[in-house]
Design a protein around this ligand. Structure first.
Ligand SMILES: CC(C)(COP(=O)(O)OP(=O)(O)OC[C@H]1O[C@@H](n2cnc3c(N)ncnc32)[C@H](O)[C@@H]1OP(=O)(O)O)[C@@H](O)C(=O)NCCC(=O)NCCS
Length: 291
């Protein structure tokens, strides 16, 4: 039973959304699209949506649903974060769209599992259209993780070992990336990995997230720089990270992917795809029907 609805912003809303997604995962081991760690990963850089006051619904235990808006370069991502069957998805969706007023008809997107017809219908009724952009989600039991791989001449390091060097994600994610990640309750510098060559040059990186509430381990993001690809380095990062997650207590491991290369990497390591996810978009400028 919902006891109150509160407008929240900033880190407070991130933490409330974290609790919503943890409770949703505990209620349904495969349901929904996102882990709490996904929204924490989106926190890595300041965004126009950070300080929006958006509704969060509470029951007597804590947060049960939250409207989600995340500003990307050209578009805002809309999300319904909810523990199943407590707040109606349509109420969270309506509140999310109300929150886009500050975006003034700008482009919107939402990622929907192909088996989630109700959310797709809500988006379609709000002027969104299906695109051909498909992505995927895959899971693995931690006990089934592959053995840790190695490549001669390369070594895995974590942020604890490299605290004195600039964070390897600065180039793509901005100067504040490490400071912002450290604000996230699920960030763990011993799961923030890079692979280095013998000279200490960073060939790639991957960040793993252990959620102690759900015992889920998530990988997001993963990158091997162009000059170092196809040498097995992503497999080295992946197998090291999954092993660290399992040793911290993760029981189930999750990853999302958009490209064939990533899909092959993850399914080849033993992940099993559980959903196909489709992007729906609403281009700008958008005017409400009847206006
Ligand atoms: C995906 C990515 C991380 C792979 O890195 P990599 O170090 O080249 O991968 P590896 O050499 O360890 O390859 C491991 C397996 O992944 C798959 N794979 C990797 N690159 C591939 C490609 N270009 N095409 C098809 N399969 C590919 C293969 O199954 C490969 O096994 P194999 O070499 O035995 O065939 C890298 O291409 C990358 O950073 N891409 C840009 C960012 C990105 O897409 N990240 C993933 C987001 S989920």
């Amino acid at each position: 039973m919902v006891v109150r609805r509160e407008l929240m912003r900033g880190l407070g809303r991130l933490n409330a959304t974290t609790t919503v997604l943890q409770r949703a995962r505990l209620a349904d081991p495969l349901g929904g699209m996102w882990e709490a760690a996904d929204v924490q990963w989106w926190w890595r850089r300041p965004r126009a949506t950070d300080e929006l006051a958006l509704p969060v619904w509470f029951d007597e235990v804590g947060p049960v649903a939250a409207a989600g808006l995340t500003a990307w370069e050209d578009t805002w991502q809309a999300d319904v974060f909810a523990v199943p069957s407590i707040v109606k998805d349509e109420d969270v969706w309506a509140a999310t769209l109300e929150g886009t007023a500050a975006h003034r008809g700008g482009a919107l997107e939402v990622l929907v599992r192909e088996d989630d017809a109700p959310l797709a219908d809500l988006a379609l009724q709000s002027g969104f259209a299906m695109t051909d952009e498909l992505s995927g989600t895959a899971w693995m039991d931690a006990d089934h993780r592959p053995p840790v791989a190695q490549v001669n001449g390369f070594a895995i390091v974590d942020r604890v070992a490299r605290a004195d060097r600039p964070h390897p994600m600065i180039v793509r994610n901005g100067e504040l990336v490490e400071q912002r990640l450290r604000q996230c309750s699920l960030y763990d510098p011993t799961l923030d990995l890079a692979v280095e060559d013998a000279d200490g040059s960073v060939a790639g990186y991957a960040l793993f997230w252990f959620d102690h509430a759900t015992l889920v381990g998530l990988l997001e993001p993963m990158r091997v720089e162009d000059d170092y690809q196809r040498r097995g380095l992503a497999r080295v990062l992946l197998t090291n990270g999954l092993d660290r997650l399992a040793r911290k207590g993760a029981r189930r491991l999750k990853v999302g992917f958009e490209t064939d290369a990533a899909r092959n990497l993850y399914l080849g390591a033993g992940f099993v795809q559980t959903s196909v996810d489709r992007l729906l978009t609403r281009p700008a400028p958008y005017e409400q029907p009847g206006q």
